[in-house]
Design a protein around this ligand. Structure first.
Ligand SMILES: [Mg+2]
Length: 415
């Protein structure tokens, strides 16, 4: 079998000779070796408990609301506190948080958070809720506990979770629109670039879960062509179809993106159709990205092992937090696959920054959906954009200096 581009990429990976061979051509034994390496990588502890001398017993967990934004506040028996911001889904997922997630943690030692994530999944048969509606509430509490632990240990989330290796994170600014003509979209993208100083952008192609239909007739090919022509050769272009295509159509659009030298093609096929996605990945030379709706470690393992995608994108909220997402990145890294996390919620990019601060292989640009000004002065020094990069928050935990100020005016939601 000739060495393909993907096989060549694998040659630099930690699995050495095994990673250098396409999964389909491996012997059964070699295939089992790859699988067991991935599972081992995912099972290594992420949170080192020896960073804490004393138990950190959780005394209370509150869900708070101000407008549409929800917050979680965790307090320990010793008076330590941590908070998190939701991804704008607590408006309807609050009962799952209040009934199925928060009570489990009361009286537990926060240092054992990693073990608790597994027990919580079993607790009261929570695994029957497996999916984004379960893991988002878990992420809110995970972020708040990590904030609390960071404040106890006087370490940022990145330091807490293995050590900070970068303090600036290049980003792409995401458009998120489909209601534009190609010409209007280019104008809109120019505005985003002017506003943020981004060196990279992402726009939407296809019609979103649309069975091959475009958002407007002919929008996608025209937008792809115009984007390179109008935004210049230096712009790093990302495109996301949000599950719009079957493989033949995805391959056609992917070829157009190859022609303009785009960075990657995100979610070409229905997100949970891993086999169809793999067909597209196998055929195209442009990297295919996906995983923002994924909730299962086993399915991520399958996607990585079978190269269903070239870039994995767990969403830090939808997938249940930083620890679980780091496990995915460890599996991916073994096969030389970057983990470029997806973000949800206005504050989500802050958790992305902490993830990116400690994760070796994150890809070239991370997602940013604007509005840094809403949060920048919560941090010291204030968060800022420098030359197309975001600065990583400093200080303990998530880095918010005055949590009382952030929580001022909130009301507590009762179970
Ligand atoms: Mg997407």
């Amino acid at each position: 079998m000739p060495i393909s581009r993907r096989n060549f990429i694998g040659k630099t990976a930690g699995l050495g000779a095994l990673a250098a061979v396409s999964p389909v051509s491996l012997s059964a034994q070699d295939r089992r070796d790859v699988t067991s390496h991935l599972i081992d990588a995912a099972q290594q502890p992420v949170l080192d408990q020896t960073q804490f001398k004393e138990p950190v017993i959780i005394e209370s967990i509150d869900l708070l609301r101000k407008g549409k934004q929800h917050y979680v506040r965790v307090r320990s028996k010793d008076g330590a506190e941590g908070i998190s911001l939701d991804n704008n889904r607590a408006q309807y997922l609050a009962p799952i948080f209040l009934q199925r997630v928060a009570p489990f943690f009361i009286g537990k030692d926060a240092r054992l958070l990693e073990d608790h994530l597994w027990e919580l999944y079993r607790w009261g048969s929570n695994y029957k809720l497996q999916g984004l509606a379960f893991w988002s509430p878990v992420a809110w509490v995970e972020f708040a506990i990590l904030d609390l632990l960071g404040r106890v240990a006087d370490k940022s989330m990145g330091e807490l979770l293995g050590g900070v290796i970068r303090k600036r994170v290049p980003f792409y600014v995401a458009s998120g629109r489909r209601d534009t003509t190609p010409e209007e979209e280019i104008d809109y993208l120019r505005g985003l670039i002017d506003e943020t100083g981004a060196k990279a952008i992402k726009y939407r192609v296809g019609g979103r879960m649309s069975r091959n239909e475009d958002a407007l007739p002919g929008r996608t090919p025209k937008l792809i062509e115009l984007s390179r022509k109008e935004l210049g050769d230096a712009m790093a272009i990302h495109a996301d179809s949000n599950s719009s295509y079957d493989p033949p159509q995805a391959i056609e659009v992917g070829r157009m993106l190859e022609d303009i030298g785009a960075v990657y093609f995100e979610e070409p096929c229905p997100f949970d159709h891993l086999e169809d996605t793999r067909k597209v990945t196998d055929t195209l030379s442009i990297p295919v990205a996906g995983g923002e709706q994924e909730y299962s470690q086993w399915r991520f393992q399958w996607a990585i092992e079978n190269r269903a995608v070239d870039i994995v994108q767990p969403d830090l909220h939808y997938y249940g937090g930083l620890i679980r997402s780091i496990r995915v990145s460890r599996m991916a890294e073994l096969l030389n696959i970057p983990t470029t996390v997806h973000i949800s919620g206005g504050f989500g990019f802050i958790y992305m920054l902490h993830f990116a601060s400690r994760t070796p292989k994150i890809g070239g640009w991370q997602e940013y959906k604007r509005n840094i000004e809403d949060y920048a002065d919560w941090f010291d020094p204030p968060l800022r954009i420098e030359n197309g990069s975001l600065t990583v928050p400093e200080g303990p935990g998530v880095g918010i200096v005055d949590t009382n100020r952030v929580l001022e005016g909130t009301e507590r939601i009762e179970a």
